[in-house]
Design a protein around this ligand. Structure first.
Ligand SMILES: Cc1cc2nc3c(=O)[nH]c(=O)nc-3n(C[C@H](O)[C@H](O)[C@H](O)COP(=O)(O)OP(=O)(O)OC[C@H]3O[C@@H](n4cnc5c(N)ncnc54)[C@H](O)[C@@H]3O)c2cc1C
Length: 450
């Protein structure tokens, strides 16, 4: 093996920054790659792929390193680390952005905000744009403008044979279809072109109710948001109030439920839109108010720094029968610690304007993607948070639609991957077989070629 064939920053086990370079967001993951290549441009990616093929190395692709299952790193193989690819170029006239694959959401928000624009993406600023987009992309602007993939116009992709192609609706349209939800199965995306939407300030933030009121609050939320305009978004959560500012001390360590809202309509109408919400029952905390969009997008970043232990499980729901609400209230009442939580992310509104077959993302008939996240700083508690997530997930299963958001899966086996893609799975297999017949890219939620 001649390492000279590789370009970019090449890091191996004997380098002092090796442990830092191999660490990912989820501290439960402890993989030891043979080589990490921090790529700075497309040619670095091409060289890394050609080198791995020649030397029969397994390859993982790392964007922001946020994947819960740790699929950005691989034992004894080569990591294509895209964190050196940070370009962001905005065209304010066409309201489009070309974004390098190594950017994190907070880096993108900071730039788009300067232009009064935003990219519909996720709710944590530390997440990588690459993995989030390729798996779909849910967040505060989903009801208004769809998933991140619904705003994707084009990708530059390096394929397993080392070729670089442009995928959009006219060029390699089959690949472009598959990239919108099919994850890292088809090649390394080096840059994404997105359309942006006009959003600068929002009326947003969390509102909590006591756990004793959770059944009524969840039912109210379900019915109210069913008929709400696309400009109103709110994800429902069960949590333990963190014992820290800015939360009032009398609520610290209390189990509560709540909604984190985001209203993107005319600000002068916000008070009227929130009147029925505020009139419903006595909330115990109301932090909803006007703020810049990036403040909302990064609101919970400090509570969840990299290096915590995560185990999560996912479901899709079309509706919330009383029995499902009861399960949520039960597990919301026995959350293991204040980092652990469950969120129901709305995927109605504009997400429903696109048919399931239009992109690889096949769950547009659901109203929510729920994630049950066991999270703890202490590795000794890993079993406790894992058991809580699994039991909670199992008890909700009878009311769920089957499958789970691909970006919220752990290593749960092929059946769960197939269930996530439902009727689109066969077409994904066809595209995989065409672009990656040897399954070179298999450290992912894998779609197996024929
Ligand atoms: C705290 C937290 C908050 C989150 N919030 C949200 C949210 O609000 N909305 C949401 O939709 N998801 C959310 N997620 C899930 C997130 O979308 C996934 O974890 C996603 O995989 C993260 O992307 P990444 O680039 O950071 O991950 P990485 O671990 O770097 O990559 C994950 C996988 O994506 C593929 N991949 C990454 N980059 C590329 C590329 N350039 N080309 C080809 N394949 C690639 C690879 O298969 C890789 O294994 C969250 C995750 C965490 C931990």
């Amino acid at each position: 093996m001649s390492l000279q064939e590789l370009t970019g920053q090449v890091i191996g086990p004997s380098d002092t920054n090796y442990d830092e370079a191999r660490a990912v967001y989820n501290a439960m993951i402890d993989k030891k790659p043979a080589i990490i290549v921090v790529c700075e441009n497309t040619q670095d990616v091409v060289n890394a792929i050609n080198y791995s093929v020649k030397n029969k190395l397994e390859v993982s692709i790392r964007g922001g390193g946020h994947n819960g299952a740790g699929l950005g790193v691989v034992d004894n193989g080569l990591v294509i680390d895209l964190s050196g690819m940070k370009t962001i170029s905005i065209d304010p006239d066409t309201k489009t952005a070309v974004i390098g694959a190594g950017n994190l959401l907070r880096e993108i928000d900071a730039v788009t905000h300067e232009y009064g624009l935003a990219l519909p993406s996720g709710i944590f600023g530390t997440t990588g744009i690459s993995g989030l987009t390729l798996g779909g992309g849910l967040g505060y602007l989903s009801r208004k403008a769809g998933l991140t993939i619904d705003n994707l116009l084009e990708c530059e992709v390096v394929l397993a044979n080392g070729d670089t192609v442009i995928a959009n609706k006219d060029s390699h349209s089959d690949l472009f279809w598959a990239l919108r939800g099919g994850g890292g199965n088809f090649g390394v995306v080096t840059s994404f072109k997105f359309k942006l939407i006009e959003v600068k300030k929002v009326y947003a933030g969390p509102m909590f109710w006591p756990l004793e009121q959770a059944k009524e609050a969840m039912r109210f939320y379900d019915e109210f948001t069913k008929n709400a305009s696309k400009e109103l978004y709110g994800f429902f959560a069960f949590l333990i109030v963190p014992p820290a500012d800015p939360f009032p001390e009398n609520l610290w360590n209390k189990n509560v439920c709540g909604v984190v809202w985001n209203y993107t309509g005319p600000i002068e109408k916000a008070a009227e839109v929130f009147k029925p919400i505020r009139e419903f029952g006595p909330h115990i905390l109301d932090f909803v108010g006007e703020m810049p969009m990036p403040v909302l997008n990064g609101m919970f970043d400090a509570l969840y720094p990299p290096g915590l232990n995560w185990y999560w499980r996912a479901h899709y729901f079309k509706d919330l029968p009383d029995e499902a609400i009861e399960v949520n209230v039960k597990y919301g009442g026995n959350i293991p610690n204040f980092h652990s939580t469950t969120h129901l992310y709305p995927i109605d509104g504009a997400v429903h304007d696109v048919a399931n077959s239009e992109t690889a993302w096949a769950n547009r008939d659901a109203r929510w993607a729920q994630v049950i996240a066991g999270i703890d700083p202490d590795p000794a508690n890993s079993k406790m948070i894992t058991d809580w997530s699994k039991k909670y997930h199992d008890d909700l299963s009878p009311f769920a639609m089957g499958g789970g958001y691909i970006n919220f899966l752990m290593n749960e086996g092929q059946e769960r991957v197939m269930a996530a893609y439902k009727s689109n799975y066969d077409r994904l297999v066809e595209v995989k077989t065409k672009y990656d017949p040897s399954n070179f890219f298999h450290i992912n939620q894998n779609i197996k070629p024929i």
